[in-house]
Design a protein around this ligand. Structure first.
Ligand SMILES: *[C@@H]1O[C@H](CO)[C@@H](O)[C@H](O)[C@H]1NC(C)=O
Ligand SMILES: *[C@@H]1O[C@H](CO)[C@@H](O)[C@H](O)[C@H]1NC(C)=O
Ligand SMILES: *[C@@H]1O[C@H](CO)[C@@H](O)[C@H](O)[C@H]1NC(C)=O
Ligand SMILES: *[C@@H]1O[C@H](CO)[C@@H](O)[C@H](O)[C@H]1NC(C)=O
Ligand SMILES: *[C@@H]1O[C@H](CO)[C@@H](O)[C@H](O)[C@H]1NC(C)=O
Ligand SMILES: *[C@@H]1O[C@H](CO)[C@@H](O)[C@H](O)[C@H]1NC(C)=O
Ligand SMILES: *[C@@H]1O[C@H](CO)[C@@H](O)[C@H](O)[C@H]1NC(C)=O
Ligand SMILES: *[C@@H]1O[C@H](CO)[C@@H](O)[C@H](O)[C@H]1NC(C)=O
Ligand SMILES: *[C@@H]1O[C@H](CO)[C@@H](O)[C@H](O)[C@H]1NC(C)=O
Length: 468
């Protein structure tokens, strides 16, 4: 290494003035050749290699790789593999290279994520949540390409697979081409103070222009896959996050119980979600290795104009089995649900390239749902003329479905679609027809279903539609 380069490295190891965690020092990605403010392919590739090298070099010293303040670095995919204590700290921006043709690949390519951490013990991605630093996805062209069916897939922004001890703190992502954070087969995870932002107006314009927007129903006619935070893993805590997107906002993915272990012990709490397609579980197809979700808590989540809010979804498939059990939703609020505010049943999906099971697919008896609790739930101004869906299969009914203190109101949200689910509903309006009504001591008897749905409670009068 020449003297100038050594000097550059030395100067680049700046002291951490303001890391959210106790970084002793940081390794500037510029010391490994990163160049800010240049959107050429060469710069995007150089920046990717610089991020990888800086993360490795920093990890060897127990430090963070630094994206320096006030600068933006164009980026093609980064792969960090097998690093112990990988730590990326953002004070400036990482920005996904916008020209799709430079990503290589063709229509059926599953593009690599912008930033991948694979098989790492210790992954930390930090930023000051009140700073403007962001991982910028520049997703517009990808959304268009998928709408027009020129591409079947698009890259995620942050992908972490087979890693332990993952902390994501204060990070902001914008306009991801696909999922924002996808964490797969991870153990011991905390995600906090994260903001996911998607330019919905840009998405809507794209949908309208491509004829994929039902103006009357104001529903996108397929999901756009801009998921917020999706996790298959164990011991997961996601809290104090704000998500604006148009697909699953928080999503528990199943893991393979026989080969990796069940996706279990997750808590998602203190979240605000704008639009989005729910605090979700799934989709869960059957698998020969047994897809599994267990012991999940969603608590204190507020939705504004969600497409769905509480969403548990099985998927098609005829090999193997799956189980979803002990899932609790507690203290959930939503205003202006555009579609079913509560949906437990087969995933509703239709992709531009024809994938997906469609809008009213058959239920799948190979996927079991047990012990699903919804408690202290209030959904106001529901736009869809039904309260919710509980749809299971006659040959494998959902059991232990417990609803307590739940009010769903809107101009015509008077009935559930309720098939082959058993359990009970206490203080629930409207009453799902297939669950036994129960009462609490001191409360009035819940009226019988037909009376409840026929009543003319003021909250069920027509209300003006809410605009998106
Ligand atoms: C985070 O940024 C805010 C606003 O710029 C600043 O006031 C605060 O001191 C920063 N916090 C840390 C820990 O650097
Ligand atoms: C951007 O980087 C490329 C490749 O290194 C270089 O050729 C070009 O001059 C740079 N452009 C600017 C504006 O610096
Ligand atoms: C980083 O991205 C944020 C969010 O888009 C933006 O406000 C900020 O100006 C960007 N910073 C730079 C240096 O480009
Ligand atoms: C994208 O990249 C391709 C190939 O590198 C090039 O031909 C095209 O002009 C670029 N498009 C834009 C908008 O820069
Ligand atoms: C569940 O996960 C949390 C971290 O989110 C952890 O503190 C707790 O010990 C885990 N519980 C069990 C039973 O493993
Ligand atoms: C619920 O979450 C909000 C943030 O979305 C937070 O401000 C509030 O303190 C939380 N409430 C409780 C009881 O934790
Ligand atoms: C129940 O499962 C069977 C077997 O997969 C399927 O053929 C049937 O359509 C399902 N029933 C409903 C109502 O979806
Ligand atoms: C489901 O709930 C019932 C009643 O609370 C309980 O006895 C049973 O153990 C639970 N099942 C599972 C799989 O947790
Ligand atoms: C109102 O809800 C009832 C019961 O679900 C349904 O039969 C009726 O068609 C709905 N009315 C409108 C205008 O959607």
């Amino acid at each position: 290494m020449c003297l100038a380069a050594q000097l550059a490295v030395a100067l680049a190891v700046v002291s951490a003035a303001a890391g959210p965690a106790a970084a002793a020092a940081m390794v500037d990605i510029r010391s490994f050749g990163a160049v800010p403010g240049n959107t050429s392919v060469a710069a995007a590739l150089a920046n990717a290699r610089a991020v990888e090298l800086a993360v490795q070099a920093a990890a060897a010293k127990g430090e963070a790789a630094l994206v320096p303040r006030g600068l933006s670095f164009d980026l093609l995919p980064v792969h960090v593999t097998g690093v112990h204590g990988a730590w990326l700290h953002l004070e400036g921006n990482l920005s996904a290279h916008a020209n799709i043709s430079d990503w290589g690949g063709s229509k059926k390519t599953k593009f690599p994520s912008l930033i991948t951490f694979l098989a790492c013990e210790g992954v930390t991605i930090t930023a000051n949540a009140s700073s403007p630093a962001a991982i910028v996805g520049n997703g517009y062209d990808w959304w268009w390409a998928r709408l027009l069916n020129d591409l079947s897939y698009a890259p995620n922004l942050v992908y972490v697979q087979s890693c332990t001890d993952v902390l994501i703190d204060g990070v902001r992502t914008e306009n991801s081409p696909r999922f924002n954070f996808y964490l797969l087969e991870v153990k011991r995870v905390e995600v906090r103070f994260v903001t996911v932002w998607t330019d919905l107006e840009g998405q809507r314009q794209g949908l309208e222009a491509a004829g994929h927007w039902d103006a009357a129903g104001r529903l996108p006619t397929f999901p756009l896959n801009t998921d917020g935070i999706d996790v298959c893993g164990q011991d997961v805590w996601v809290h104090d996050v704000e998500i604006t997107n148009w697909d699953d906002a928080l999503c528990v993915k199943p893991c393979r119980e026989l080969t990796w272990g069940c996706s279990s012990n997750h808590t998602y709490e203190n979240a605000v979600i704008h639009f989005g397609v729910g605090a979700s579980v799934g989709s869960v197809p059957p698998s020969a290795r047994v897809n599994c979700v267990r012991d999940i808590l969603f608590r204190n989540i507020t939705f504004e104009s969600p497409t769905k809010a509480i969403y548990l979804k099985s998927n098609g498939g005829d090999v193997g089995t799956a189980v979803v059990e002990d899932v609790t939703y507690e203290h959930i609020r939503a205003t202006g649900s555009v579609w079913y505010p509560v949906y437990l049943g087969p995933q509703q999906q239709k992709e531009p390239d024809g994938r997906g099971d469609g809008w009213w697919p058959p239920t799948n008896p190979l996927v079991s749902f047990r012990n699903i609790t919804m408690r202290d739930v209030q959904f106001d101004d529901v736009i869809w003329p039904q309260a919710g869906v509980l749809r299971c299969n006659a040959s494998n009914p959902c059991t232990g479905v417990v609803l307590e203190d739940m009010t769903i109101s809107g101009w015509n949200a008077t009935e559930w679609v309720c098939e082959h689910a058993s359990g009970h509903a206490t203080d629930v309006t409207p009453q799902p027809q297939c669950l036994a009504p129960t009462q609490r001591p001191g409360h009035l008897q819940v009226p019988d279903t037909t009376v409840a749905s026929a009543s003319t409670d003021g909250s069920r009068q027509p209300k003006p539609h809410k605009r998106l």
